[in-house]
Ligand binder design. Structure first.
Ligand code: MN
Ligand code: MN
Length: 415
């Protein structure tokens, strides 16, 4: 077995693999990357790769191209990147999405990454899925209307969340000085941001005489309504938050439910020498009734420990740094991939996994679940909650050795 902590660094790999341009050099370098045990099983000729290579992808995914020996079998895709997704660019901003179409095993959650310039709107709309959001950059004003006629209006900045339940109409507007960028996560794998109920489209597809009756407006006034979807479009910056709240009726119509939450600014749920985890679910953010999230920071050399989630699959979004993850599935299958900023990771329900920081800077990612409550099971914690003799029988470790294993769930480990 190779050292499980061994990490192929991109620069080492480049040196090994791209030392020479010829096929012989390539074969030699790939061969050199294999462990002694692997070299006993296969020859240098078996490891040769004389044909084409997508060098950029190869260098980003050293653990996919030279998998650890412990990898085995096929478990389906666990990686995609927003940088591969079609970007819909309009006056006022852009959007792109990673859904079940791009990552077929992700049936529970889909993600959208969107940019709005200062003043620009994501048009008034609603949809079938619950919407969870994390602000990546800048600031925005959001509104959402409750069925009882109360309205929620708030401003959000980097590191803040919002949560809009399915069916409730809402808006997002970029604020100064440079608008915003955010991640949206929906609790339907096939959710598409291009398939939402738009105000503009409803009025464009309703007979004008019906609109006159509904709004109590004249034919001339109804004729001014948009004939096509707006979706993302530029507009003037809004007035202050206090002025906007007052303009709709103030306290009398103000929603009691809080639909925004300061995630990055909250105290860590768990903090160790290796990093921090911030958990937000319906316990501390009651509006978030069907999506739970962890914001994970892993320091260089640290690792999100071996664990699994008993109640959901996991959809990940990588914000900064470099990491690698191995997903373990029955029977004896394992797949390792590398993850960079703007990548999406996926872990099937209850599948074992870890996430290791393989870079020189903090690795920060979001782990998302379609559930009201964040739950995970630590392998270390499980082992230490059982009689040592039981573990000795399974793992051939004596009691003194077993007691070296951390007994409590730490989330982030470092040695
Ligand atoms: Mn929405
Ligand atoms: Mn996890």
């Amino acid at each position: 077995m190779s050292d499980p902590k061994k990490v192929f660094r991109t620069d080492d790999l480049s040196r090994r693999v791209f030392l020479g341009a010829g096929g012989a050099a390539l074969a030699t370098s790939v061969w050199a990357g294999l462990s002694a045990q692997a070299q006993e099983r296969v020859s240098s000729h078996d490891a040769s790769n004389p044909g084409q290579e997508n060098k950029a992808l190869f260098e980003q995914n050293p653990n996919s191209n030279l998998p650890p020996e412990t990898d085995n079998g096929a478990i389906g895709p666990i990686w995609y990147s927003f940088d591969l997704a079609h970007k819909r660019i309009q006056k006022g901003g852009w959007t792109h999405e990673v859904t079940q179409r791009e990552l077929p095993p992700s049936t529970d959650l889909a993600g959208v990454n969107m940019r709005l310039t200062a003043g620009s709107f994501r048009e008034l709309h609603w949809h079938t899925a619950d919407e969870w959001a994390y602000m990546l950059y800048g600031s925005a004003r959001v509104t959402v209307l409750n069925p009882d006629g109360t309205v929620f209006i708030d401003d959000v900045g980097k590191g803040d969340l919002w949560y809009f339940p399915a069916g409730l109409p809402h808006s997002i507007q970029g604020l100064g000085p440079d608008g915003c960028e955010f991640l949206l996560v929906f609790d339907e794998g096939h959710f598409s941001e291009d398939n939402t109920f738009l105000l503009s489209e409803w009025v464009a597809h309703t007979p004008p005489e019906v609109l006159e009756k509904n709004f109590g407006l004249s034919a001339e006034e109804i004729a001014k309504l948009p004939k096509d979807e707006l979706y993302i479009f530029p507009a003037d910056l809004p007035k202050s938050l206090a002025e906007d709240r007052a303009a709709v009726g103030g306290k009398a119509v103000q929603a009691q439910q809080q639909y925004t939450f300061k995630m990055a600014a909250m105290a860590p749920t768990q903090k160790t020498a290796g990093g921090e985890v911030r958990v937000v679910d319906s316990k501390n953010f009651p509006a978030s009734r069907n999506i739970a999230a962890g914001l994970v920071t892993v320091k260089p050399g640290g690792m999100r420990e071996l664990h699994w989630h008993p109640n959901a699959s996991e959809w990940q979004f990588y914000l900064t740094g470099k990491g690698r993850m191995t997903v373990f599935m029955p029977t004896g299958r394992a797949r390792t991939m590398d993850f960079n900023a703007n990548d999406v990771g996926f872990v099937p329900a209850v599948a074992g996994h870890y996430v290791e920081n393989t870079g020189d800077t903090d690795l920060i990612f979001l782990e998302m679940f379609k559930t009201h409550e964040f739950q995970d099971i630590s392998l270390n914690n499980w082992i230490r909650r059982l009689p040592p003799q039981m573990i000795t029988s399974h793992l051939n470790l004596n009691e003194a050795t077993i007691r070296k294993i951390p007994s409590e769930k730490q989330e982030i480990l470092i040695r």
